[in-house]
Design a protein around this ligand. Structure first.
Ligand SMILES: O=C(O)CCC(=O)C(=O)O
Length: 292
């Protein structure tokens, strides 16, 4: 976008471009953290019973944007301007998920971090068969905002690890004939509850084992361009869209007005996807950004 940034600082933009991430401390206040943890625990308890998860088993739930409380973070005012600065306004959610990682067996800590045989190997996010690469580098296809709800300030408490700059430079080095992730570029995201990680999902990432005595709980919201297909839904259920603002409808993958004329006004003769060629009313984030 040619317009001045809404909120992002030059330093945040530099970090995002060069390192692939930046942190926003105190993004969530304590009362909101408590409410989110309570809702997460309700979901976790329910599905732990219904899906008969073992006591130490990790739990992930996708499309949490369908939940009335988790939905509030898709256009969270302290963070949305940063997302629009980074990706523009023709965006939607690709995925949203909660992750619980209970304390783990110390044996999980004996594997090399992110090794192929570890509990959470190094990877970058992407669709099956990969993103198209240009000269070996992935174009900027999507980003995530991670919200950490529990204390991750200590090493090996289940925090995400990212490889600085690996969205544009290979994470791998040759260490005496063995391919390893460059240890000098690994950042363990040891943060206090309420911190947000704004990151490019092309970054290589893995998790440290949770050797603390507390389950680690967090939320992720992945944003992509509207002309890519989401991974969590084709269209959200009507009850999810009910009562949503135009901006939320857009971020939930719909047209801002609630119209279902996805293929334009003359779908028989001149079909034209309104994801490919949106009208202004399809993407209310445009007016929102212009009037910010
Ligand atoms: O932090 C986690 O538990 C999972 C992070 C991850 O792999 C992702 O969001 O793609």
């Amino acid at each position: 976008m040619s317009k001045a940034p809404l909120k992002i600082t030059p330093e945040q933009q530099r970090q995002f471009d060069e390192d692939g991430f930046f942190l926003v401390e105190d993004a969530l206040p304590p009362d909101r953290i408590a409410a989110l943890v309570q809702r997460l625990d309700e979901r976790y308890d329910r599905y732990r019973r219904e899906r008969t998860l073992g006591p130490g088993q990790a739990f992930q739930m996708r499309n949490i944007a369908a939940d009335s409380l988790f939905k509030e973070l898709i256009d969270y005012p302290p963070i949305l301007p940063l997302v629009v600065d980074l990706m523009g306004y023709n965006i939607q959610l690709r995925t949203s998920h909660l992750d619980v990682r209970p304390p783990q067996d110390p044996a999980d800590g004996e594997h090399e971090l992110g090794a192929p045989d570890s509990f959470f190997p190094w990877h970058a996010d992407g669709p099956d068969y990969g993103w198209p690469a240009v000269d070996g580098v992935l174009p900027f296809m999507e980003m995530k905002v991670g919200y950490y709800l529990t204390d991750l300030t200590q090493p090996s408490s289940g925090a995400i690890c990212i490889v600085r700059g690996s969205h544009r430079q290979s994470p791998w080095i040759d260490a005496n004939g063995t391919r390893r992730v460059d240890p000098a570029r690994i950042v363990e995201v040891n943060v206090a509850p309420g911190t947000a990680l704004v990151w490019r999902t092309a970054l290589y990432h893995c998790l440290t084992p949770n050797l603390s005595d507390q389950p680690r709980k967090c939320l992720y919201y992945g944003y992509q361009h509207r002309w890519i297909r989401p991974s969590d839904y084709e269209h959200q259920a009507p009850e999810v869209l009910q009562g949503c603002s135009p901006v939320r409808r857009q971020l939930l993958g719909e047209l801002g007005t609630g119209s279902t004329a996805y293929a334009g006004d003359d779908p028989l003769v001149l079909p034209v996807s309104r994801y490919w060629r949106p009208k202004d009313e399809d993407i209310p984030l445009k007016a929102w950004a212009e009037n910010y």
